[in-house]
Structure formats: C-alpha cells, structure tokens
Design a protein around this ligand. Structure first.
Ligand code: G16
Ligand code: MG
Length: 220
C-alpha cells in the first residue's frame, strides 16, 4: 500500500511565521490599522489574498481592486526582503531527523504549502530534491482550509488521502487536512490546534515509533 507524509512549509519546515507576521504588521501600520499576535493565528496557512481581506475586515477598511493589488505586492516585497536572509539554519528543529527516518523507511513525503514563495524558500534551504512532490499556492485557486492543496499533493504522490499524514502549524491547515480525510498532526499549542488528531509542541517530539503506529502509515 502507498503511504505518505505531507509537510506544511511555514512554521513546520522553516521558521518563517515571524517574518510573515512582521510583513503583515508593516502593511497594517502603513494602512493605519493593527492586529495582535493572537489574531495572527487566523492568518497562518491562509492565502495572501485571504490574509489581506482579513486584516482589512479587522481594521474596518475597504480598498479598491487596484489598491488591493498594490498592498498584496507591498506585503510580498517586505516578506521577500526578510526571506533573502534565510538559509539552512532556519530549518526548524526535528525536521532533519524526521525526514531521515522517513527516508530510512522508504515513506515518500511532499510539501503542501499555501505560500507562493515556497519554491524560493525551499531552494534557499537546499531541500528541493528531498520532496517527492511539491504543491504550493501557485498550483491551486483556493487556499487552506480548502483541502485542495493536500488532495493535489496526495494525487502527485499517487497515494490515497486516507494513507496520508499531514504536519501543520495552523488552524486553517488542520481543517484542510481533516477535510481531505487525512490524519492531521498539529505542531504548536493544543488549545489553538484543538481540531488536530494529534498535537505535539515541536517536531522534535515526534518519534519514528509513534509515526509507524499510525494506521495511515502501517504496512498492511
Ligand atoms: C503560508 C503562511 C501564511 C501565508 C501563506 C501565503 O502558508 O502560513 O501565513 O499567508 O503561506 O504566503 P505567500 O504570501 O508567501 O504566498 P503555509 O501553508 O506554508 O504555512
Ligand atoms: Mg504553516
């Protein structure tokens, strides 16, 4: 039976959530509004467009379509400036160990990210060749919590969604994995990721023996 793991990018593979937050904070400040770190949990995993819509609704602001595009671009300019500095040292703790054990067990893994910058970031981390498939925000019309990103990753892996396990740090991403019929593993706080099938504080806590007991990854 084909089985596979799907990793989210921002907040799972690489420490970029703080950079996403900073870039949106700058846009919000430029627009004369603001949002909290708590509200930022809602922005994790959702598309760039949906982030801006959410920030505008928090600030009770409206933009013309032209200005909307302008601020989307501005956010990405800020973000790419921060991302320029990134290298393999931004890979989160536990990632390397986990992919090494998947390699040893011959379990393929894919990237399922909402980010349209996923390719750029993976290249900076020298991780592109590790993934059997990469699906990102350029491949789909709908972002998370829509299950499309993960379903397309399963399809590319030639694997049934029921035999896929997803690692996610965001509320939207956990919902997307659940809607795809996959096992969802949240990395972060249990209170925030309460809809996940399992929650761990960090990928470092996810052991090979735990993974292999999951029905989705069991060899039958
Ligand atoms: C990431 C972040 C989101 C971000 C989205 C789009 O998704 O978690 O906060 O809004 O990508 O990013 P970009 O503006 O770079 O296209 P993921 O799924 O990798 O966590
Ligand atoms: Mg994420």
């Amino acid at each position: 039976k084909r089985r596979a793991v799907i990793f989210d990018l921002d907040g799972i593979i690489v420490d970029t959530t703080g950079l996403q937050f900073r870039a949106w904070k700058k846009v919000a400040n430029d627009l004369g509004c603001n949002f909290s770190e708590e509200q930022n949990e809602q922005l994790k995993g959702i598309s760039r467009e949906d982030c801006l819509k959410q920030i505008l609704s928090w600030g009770q602001l409206q933009l013309s379509p032209h200005n909307f595009q302008h601020w989307m671009q501005k956010k990405n300019d800020y973000y790419l400036k921060y991302v320029e500095e990134i290298n393999a040292s931004a890979i989160l703790p536990g990632v390397q160990e986990l992919i090494n054990s998947l390699d040893r067990k011959n379990i393929p893994y894919a990237l399922g990210s909402a980010s349209r910058n996923a390719g750029t970031i993976l290249r900076k981390l020298n991780l592109v060749s590790k993934f059997s498939a990469v699906v990102d925000g350029n491949d789909v019309n709908e972002g998370k919590p829509d299950p499309g990103i993960f379903l397309l990753a399963a399809q590319k892996l030639n694997c049934s969604p029921l035999s896929c396990v997803v690692f996610e740090d965001s509320i939207a991403g956990i919902k997307a994995a659940n809607r795809a019929g996959m096992i969802s593993i949240g990395i972060g706080k249990r209170e925030i990721l309460s809809e996940a099938d399992y929650v761990f504080k960090s990928l470092q806590e996810v052991t090979e023996s735990f993974l292999l007991t999951l029905p989705a990854l069991k060899v039958q």
